[in-house]
Design a protein around this ligand. Structure first.
Ligand SMILES: [Zn+2]
Ligand SMILES: [Zn+2]
Length: 223
């Protein structure tokens, strides 16, 4: 049900992560925490909130924030419920996706997802800003193309990133949904993600993890 992985160790802080696949879209809701404080963030709680709460309990971490990579229903469907349950703020995505958060019920209805709620973020994120959890710092990259307000969370110290639906192992995000733009997506990947360095590992919104180096060498959409 959940996979346990350890992100790379740096001199200062250590981090842990688990992926909890949620919704019928098998979206990779990800819990990241810093060691030894066990302060944690839940990224993209798309739904199945009880399953996420169980994973938090099993990991023995204290969630202090919710981060969102973009506004699509499979990434945000459980965000409002989780915020109310845990009493923590929601950070992200970029404000260009704000209207999607205000229409979660409507989008959910299209996929038979009930119990979802419309909401607003406590903090929209801009290119170059930083967010923190415990001793960990993540830089924000605004990566439009899959959706106008997609952001990536990058920990330079951990050589690790969360990229949502921008880049996948062997594929890239869809651009055939409203707000999608193929050229913009390719530019986001080539101008912002690839320069992070080949050793940077990343978790994507769906499917297995990868590294920048592997995608640079083998991703058919980037050749
Ligand atoms: Zn998406
Ligand atoms: Zn998705």
């Amino acid at each position: 049900m959940t996979q346990q992985t350890d992100t790379r160790e740096s001199q200062q802080a250590k981090a842990g992560a688990i992926i909890v696949p949620v919704t019928l879209f098998e979206q990779n809701c990800t819990i990241i925490w810093s060691e030894p404080s066990k302060k944690a963030v839940v990224i993209d709680p798309g739904g199945d909130v009880p399953k996420i709460l169980e994973a938090i309990k099993q990991a023995g971490v204290t969630v202090e924030k919710i981060w969102l990579t973009h506004g699509h229903i499979d990434h945000v469907g459980g965000a409002s419920e989780l915020r109310d349950t845990l009493k923590v703020p929601i950070e992200g995505p970029h404000k260009a996706d704000a209207h999607m958060l205000e229409h979660v019920v409507e989008s959910g209805a299209r996929f038979g997802m009930t119990g979802v709620r419309n909401f607003t973020s406590d903090r929209y994120l801009e290119e170059g800003e930083q967010v923190h959890i415990g001793e960990l710092t993540f830089d924000i990259l605004h990566c439009p193309g899959h959706s106008p307000g997609s952001v990536a969370f990058v920990s330079a110290a951990q050589r690790f990133a969360i990229v949502g639906d921008v880049l996948f192992r062997g594929s890239i995000g869809r651009t055939d949904i409203p707000g999608g733009d193929h050229c913009q997506l390719i530019a986001s990947i080539t101008d912002k993600l690839l320069p992070l360095g080949d050793d940077v590992a990343f978790i994507c919104g769906h499917g297995p993890t990868s590294t920048i180096g592997q995608e640079r060498a083998t991703n058919p959409f980037l050749q």
